[in-house]
Design a binder for this molecule. Structure first.
Ligand SMILES: NC(=O)c1ccc[n+]([C@@H]2O[C@H](COP(=O)([O-])OP(=O)(O)OC[C@H]3O[C@@H](n4cnc5c(N)ncnc54)[C@H](O)[C@@H]3O)[C@@H](O)[C@H]2O)c1
Length: 336
């Protein structure tokens, strides 16, 4: 058995997939979550897929007292920090809450890790930190110009983690910039359990195909792309989870802070995703054209070469697999 890994936000969409991949790789994951955007019902699925008990710490990541207890009660060797608020639109109206949870949570965690002598951290950042890229594919050296509150909270945490590693050579930190995570666990037992109307395209298509929502709005059919719709880099959530396992094994033999894109390295337009989803579910998706939204960009996709070289990781699952797995999760109920 390898080390014990604390996964903050481990009950959430991405964190739950990371927990399962960690267990598959021989680690002992421990979940910390306050269920702000998830439910304890995920835990029994995690235990079943992990094939081992997965301890749960029900706590807010900003609560230093609760964090100290978690480090006292479990032999934690490293942390994967996924806990945070992620609704880009909501963040514009609630900047204080977003800075408090996303930035305050990371600071509380780093403080308690320092006290506990735990110096290995993998952080969930986002390609949102780039804003409108000048060049494609987007490399890690691109300018950071996040054009929303959510992206700025991620940039602040990134800066602070790099400063921490600069000030103290004990830290081993991987900052992972996710592009567009999508899909669900191939078992159909884990997936994105959106509260209310989903914000992301694939969960929205699931709800439409299931008859729970009527139609998808396509924001802009006049972008400078081959079919006029926006292009994004969709990354299967299991590929993303495997990237975290690879990052932890890299950090076992490295110090300092490293920043890596996790993306598939190619883009798909909204219309391509809809067509792939229709092929997976065998149903027609009703769509309506809407005007572009302020702040949206035409096209972005990752240059994942650095992650490939350093982690020996690459996305293996294609858009068809993303859609098929998401639809399987939806057919199983799409919730916990
Ligand atoms: N899903 C995406 O498209 C995407 C893209 C890039 C980056 N990210 C980042 O990845 C991480 C995980 O995202 P996700 O999609 O799994 O979101 P999610 O909402 O499904 O998971 C986040 C988890 O954190 C928990 N949480 C929130 N506030 C907390 C707090 N104060 N204390 C303890 N737990 C708390 C929630 O209950 C939830 O279980 C987030 O940091 C997010 O910003 C997500």
């Amino acid at each position: 058995m390898k080390e014990t890994i604390l996964v903050t936000g481990g009950a959430g969409y991405i964190g739950s997939h990371i927990v399962v991949e960690l267990a598959r790789a021989g680690y002992a994951p421990v979940v910390l979550d306050n269920f702000a955007n998830s439910t304890p019902a995920v835990m029994s699925r995690l235990q079943a897929l992990a094939g081992r008990p997965v301890p749960l710490v029900t706590a807010d990541v900003r609560d230093a007292v609760a964090l100290r207890s978690a480090f006292h009660d479990h032999p934690i060797a490293a942390v994967v920090h996924c806990a945070g608020l992620k609704a880009v639109g909501e963040a514009e109206g609630r900047p204080l809450a977003y800075y408090d949870v996303n930035v305050g949570g990371a600071i509380a965690l780093a403080e308690v890790m320092g006290e506990a002598g735990v110096a290995t951290l993998v952080f969930s950042s986002s390609a949102t930190v780039y804003g409108q890229p000048d060049d494609l594919p987007v490399t890690e050296d691109a300018a950071l110009r996040p054009h929303n509150v959510y992206g700025r909270t991620k940039r602040v945490v990134e800066d602070f983690l790099r400063d921490l590693a600069h000030a103290n050579a004990n830290w081993r930190i991987a900052i992972l910039r996710y592009f567009n995570p999508a899909g669900a666990h191939s078992s159909g037992m884990l997936g994105e359990a959106s509260r209310g109307r989903p914000n992301n395209l694939v969960p929205l298509l699931c709800k439409i195909a299931a008859g729970e929502l009527a139609e998808v709005a396509i924001y802009g059919g006049d972008w400078p792309t081959p079919d006029g719709t926006g292009i994004r880099d969709y990354l299967h959530v299991q590929d993303l989870a495997e990237g975290h396992v690879a990052a932890l094994s890299y950090l076992a033999a490295a110090t300092g802070a490293i920043t890596l894109n996790l993306g598939a390295g190619s883009g798909h337009s909204v219309l391509e995703v809809i067509a792939a989803f229709e092929a997976s579910c065998g149903r027609k998706i009703t769509r309506v054209m809407s005007p572009r939204r302020p702040g949206d960009v035409a096209c972005y996709y990752a240059d994942p070469a650095r992650a490939e070289a350093i982690l020996d990781w690459r996305a293996k699952r294609d858009l068809g697999t993303i859609c098929a797995d998401a639809w399987r999760w939806q057919k199983n109920g799409g919730r916990y």
